[in-house]
Design a protein around this ligand. Structure first.
Ligand SMILES: [Zn+2]
Length: 64
């Protein structure tokens, strides 16, 4: 029986937040302050959904 490959990538040990562009520890990627919450990790009286409440996002550099 043929089975279609699911589009969502399997989650490994690292869980990426929506604001993350790369997994932590990825060469060429760097942590930066979350632009949505300005590094506070909070947004609208709740944890920032962009960075998962960490206040930081991992962005790829030298690419794009
Ligand atoms: Zn944030």
């Amino acid at each position: 029986m043929a089975q279609e490959t699911p589009k969502s990538p399997p989650l490994g040990d690292k869980t990426l937040n929506p604001g993350d562009e790369a997994a932590p520890g990825t060469p060429g990627a760097a942590e930066d302050l979350c632009p949505e919450c300005s590094g506070s990790g909070k947004l609208n009286d709740g944890p920032c959904p962009n960075c998962g409440g960490t206040g930081k996002v991992v962005q790829g550099i030298g690419g794009a």
